[in-house]
Every structure is written in structure tokens, then in C-alpha cells.
Design a protein around this ligand. Structure first.
Ligand code: 3PG
Length: 230
């Protein structure tokens, strides 16, 4: 089972937008990060408790549904052992909305200079998304070494990430998109992968029926896939 991180990642003070310093680590929170798409904020707390009980404390709630900000707030207030973050953050306004709701890290599927500056200025750790080598180089140029690799399977999967490890060893990734229990270990074995994300431990029918014990069991299985992080 993955080690439970401190509930407080304690981000250090935010560097100025555009500065070379990186934000604190998101990749170090947990080897497997559940990606939550939530329709009913009332599900947020039992869902998060099930994930935490199964050993997955770092939870990304995507801002794809109207219920997401309330879900983030509910988890932040009621599940102290969770480290809740916001995903699918694509605008500066969403950065503010997420952090105001209690998000303790931010994840985006892609990035622009405007979004990157807003995420950096938020003071919480962030993972901008990339899917090409030039995007990786551009982030390194801006002092960002931790990235989401999305959509992982469609963008080249483990072969692509393995190819980046030679020329760009300083870049580290959280691949998401098309990852499940079967292929997560292959990603986690790569030297430049810090964690993987995905929805596989949150089947829609289990969430819809409130089958939290099934989600806890799937979370426990997923947490067991991660190797210890240094
Ligand atoms: C996402 O951000 O949507 C993740 O990539 C989830 O992808 P998955 O549903 O393929 O796990």
C-alpha cells in the first residue's frame, strides 16, 4: 500500500510569475492519483473517504462538471486525510475558483503562458499538461520540471516517455489518459514517471449506486501497483 503523505503538502511561497523556480511536487503525493468526474457534490465525501481508506489520498477533482467546486470544498472540509486538487484547469479564473474552493494542487491537460503564470501565482503545486517534446522543452525553459503527460496512451504511451528520458532526464511526468490496472505498472517502472492518474478505480456504475466499498477495494488494488517513491 502506498505511504500516506502528510495531509499538508505545505507549498513554499510562490515565486514570481515567469521566474525559474518550480512549484513544490505534485508527483510526490502518491503513486496513483484518482481522476474524479463528479456529477453530484453529495457523493464527494463518501467517495473521497473510500479512496483514502483504499490508500489513494491525492485526489484530482476535474472542473468538468458544475458540481466540481462544491465537491472540492466538501472534501477539503470533511476528509482531512485527503489531499484534494483540481483538474482540467484551463483558465486563470478556474485557478482562482479551484484554490478558493480548497484545492491544494492544480492539474491542466495543456498549458499557455497565461495559464502557467496563474497557476504559478496561486501558491499551490501544479502540473501543466504536455503531449509533445517541444511542450516539454518549453516548460523546462520556464523552470517547470513536473508535468502531466496527456493523453498518455494516445500520445505515445510508455514508448514515448521512455524516449524522452534520455535527452530530457530532468522532466518528470504524471501520465493520464487510457491508463488502467493492467498498464499502470509499466508506466510506474519508468525513471521519469512519478505517478499515474486515471479513472479506472471509479467505475460510473459504482459511483451512481454509492457502492463505496467497491471503490475502496479498487483503490486498494490501485495503490498496490505503485512502487515506493524516493
Ligand atoms: C483525464 O484527465 O481525463 C484522465 O486522463 C482520465 O483518463 P482515463 O479516463 O482514461 O483514465
Amino acid at each position: 500500500m502506498a505511504a500516506t503523505p502528510s495531509p499538508s503538502p505545505s507549498p513554499s511561497p510562490s515565486p514570481a510569475p515567469g521566474s525559474a523556480a518550480s512549484a513544490p511536487s505534485v508527483l510526490g503525493l502518491a503513486p496513483v492519483m484518482p481522476v474524479v468526474v463528479i456529477d453530484d457534490a453529495a457523493d464527494a465525501v463518501p467517495l473521497a473517504r473510500a479512496l483514502v481508506a483504499g490508500g489513494l489520498p491525492a485526489i484530482e477533482v476535474t472542473l468538468r462538471t458544475p458540481a466540481a467546486p462544491a465537491a472540492i470544498r466538501a472534501i477539503a472540509d470533511a476528509v482531512p486525510d485527503a489531499v484534494v486538487g483540481a483538474g482540467t484547469v484551463i483558465t486563470p479564473a478556474q485557478v482562482t475558483e479551484a484554490v478558493t474552493a480548497g484545492a491544494r494542487f492544480l492539474v491542466s491537460p495543456g498549458w499557455t503562458d497565461t495559464l502557467l503564470d496563474a497557476m504559478r501565482a496561486s501558491g499551490v503545486p501544479f502540473l501543466p499538461g504536455v503531449s509533445t517534446t517541444s511542450e516539454v522543452v518549453a516548460l523546462l525553459e520556464r523552470g517547470v520540471r513536473e508535468m502531466k503527460f496527456f493523453p498518455a496512451q494516445a500520445a505515445g504511451g510508455t514508448a514515448y516517455l521512455r524516449s524522452l528520458a534520455g535527452p530530457l532526464p530532468q522532466a518528470r511526468f504524471c501520465p493520464t489518459g487510457g491508463i488502467g490496472a493492467a498498464n499502470a505498472p509499466e508506466y510506474l517502472a519508468l525513471p521519469n514517471v512519478g505517478c499515474v492518474g486515471g479513472t479506472w478505480m471509479l467505475p460510473g456504475d459504482a459511483v451512481a449506486s454509492g457502492d463505496w466499498s467497491r471503490i475502496e477495494a479498487l483503490a486498494r488494488e490501485a495503490a498496490g501497483l505503485g512502487r515506493p517513491r524516493g
